[in-house]
Design a protein around this ligand. Sequence first.
Ligand SMILES: Nc1nc2c(c(=O)[nH]1)N[C@H]1C(S)=C(S)[C@@H](COP(=O)(O)O)O[C@H]1N2
Ligand SMILES: [Mo]
Length: 157
Amino acid sequence: MRKRAFLLCAVIAAILLACNPLRADDSVLMISTEDGEKGYSRPMLAAFPQHRLETHTSVTDGPQIFSGPLMRELLADAGFDGDSVRARALNDYEVTIPTSDFERFDVIAAITMNGEELTPRDKGPVWIVYPRDDASELQDIRYDYRWVWQLDRLETP
Ligand SMILES: Nc1nc2c(c(=O)[nH]1)N[C@H]1C(S)=C(S)[C@@H](COP(=O)(O)O)O[C@H]1N2
Ligand SMILES: [Mo]
């Protein structure tokens, strides 16, 4: 009987593991290129040089302080070198962004806002944030829709 109970526990544990919504490697962001894909966990994103950016957004009151890796450094790390990138979010929102944005502006993959980790409830785990206050060009709806919140995948369009 003991053996049976153990087996039952093992089966239940295996099912729970298989159903775990967190991917096995805890990655919150996948970046895929022609050569394959790389998953980034929160600690991996936090290990990049953190760029601090203070800006108004189209969805918050007053300026907010964001930090996270620069988009150009993140994409370079993954070996992504296309002219445009498809950004996809947890809520199935998708938009194509010209990668020249990330050369021209210090756009970040924000993982914190006002010092707090961004969570999926709160536009996280990753939010593409533009230095909106630095250039009037960025204060435009064409850029607003590139501020993908709940970002979970970057890929070739
Ligand atoms: N994940 C996700 N990001 C998104 C969107 C969305 O629906 N889902 N909407 C985009 C659009 S169209 C705009 S204008 C800005 C602000 O959207 P909001 O006002 O719906 O928050 O976020 C962009 N990022
Ligand atoms: Mo929008």
